[in-house]
Write a protein that binds this ligand. Structure first.
Ligand code: ADP
Ligand code: MG
Length: 217
């Protein structure tokens, strides 16, 4: 297989930016983002759910920070699996097991040397695992409405710089949707007109990772 310039660039980004030695700093950055946006996420969840999403995610990432030394000592795949398990135990709600499944599956499927195509494939399998666990699919006003467009963008080889835009516009797209999974589905038609909180979380996480990779690659 010939490697294009983009492949080479992304290979470098993934290898250096997501290297376990940098993982501790990335976990810290993600936790800071979740803390800074906890009120915003919780307000989104208060509108169409039970108002705990921001605090659920904040608590989960704080638990990862507490274990950051141990996590960053592991190979990336193992760190993702252990981090995902920790999130399942600490985030709670519907989003904990779902987001935890994303990371655990990503860890399981991640190639030893994650090039762009290998990462894209692992990410899609991880998103499919979330859908299986949540018995959900795209279009139901859940985090999948951001995760699948991200999987598509990665498959299409979109440059890292546009990935956060993909996530943001996908989350914007959840505003108009009527929820048919998760707590927001209890509201029926009244769930339309609000952004899905889990989708907003996925945007915040994507933005933080892209920003981190740009600065550290
Ligand atoms: P809970 O709904 O139990 O209070 P959270 O508030 O932490 O949990 O998380 C809510 C988010 O979880 C939703 O905004 C949605 O994105 C996501 N979610 C809920 N149910 C599902 C599902 N079945 N499949 C995919 N995502 C889901
Ligand atoms: Mg909630």
């Amino acid at each position: 297989m010939t490697m294009t310039a983009l492949d080479t660039e992304d290979r470098t980004m993934l290898n250096t930016g997501l290297d376990p030695s940098n993982l501790k700093a990335l976990i810290g950055a993600l936790s800071a983002t979740m803390s800074a946006h906890a009120d915003e996420l919780t307000a989104l969840d208060a509108a169409i759910g039970d108002g705990d999403h921001g605090y659920n995610m904040k608590r989960g990432f704080e638990a990862l920070v507490a274990e950051a030394d141990a996590l960053s000592a592991k190979p990336l795949g193992e760190a993702l699996k252990a981090g995902g398990m920790k999130l399942v135990m600490t985030v709670g709600g519907a989003s904990g097991p779902l987001f935890g499944t994303l990371l655990m599956t990503l860890g399981k499927e991640m190639p030893a040397v994650p090039d762009r195509a290998g990462f894209a494939l692992a990410f899609r399998k991880a998103v499919d695992a979330v859908a299986a666990r949540g018995k959900s699919e795209i279009g139901q006003k859940t985090m999948l409405d951001v995760l699948y467009p991200l999987a598509d963008a990665l498959d299409a080889g979109q440059p890292m710089t546009t990935i956060a835009d993909v996530a943001r516009s996908a989350a914007d797209g959840t505003v108009a949707l009527v929820a048919s999974r998760g707590r927001a589905s209890f509201l029926g038609e009244r769930s339309a007109g609000h952004m899905d909180p889990g989708s907003r979380s996925m945007v915040l996480i994507t933005e933080t990772i892209v920003d981190f990779l740009e600065k550290n690659a």
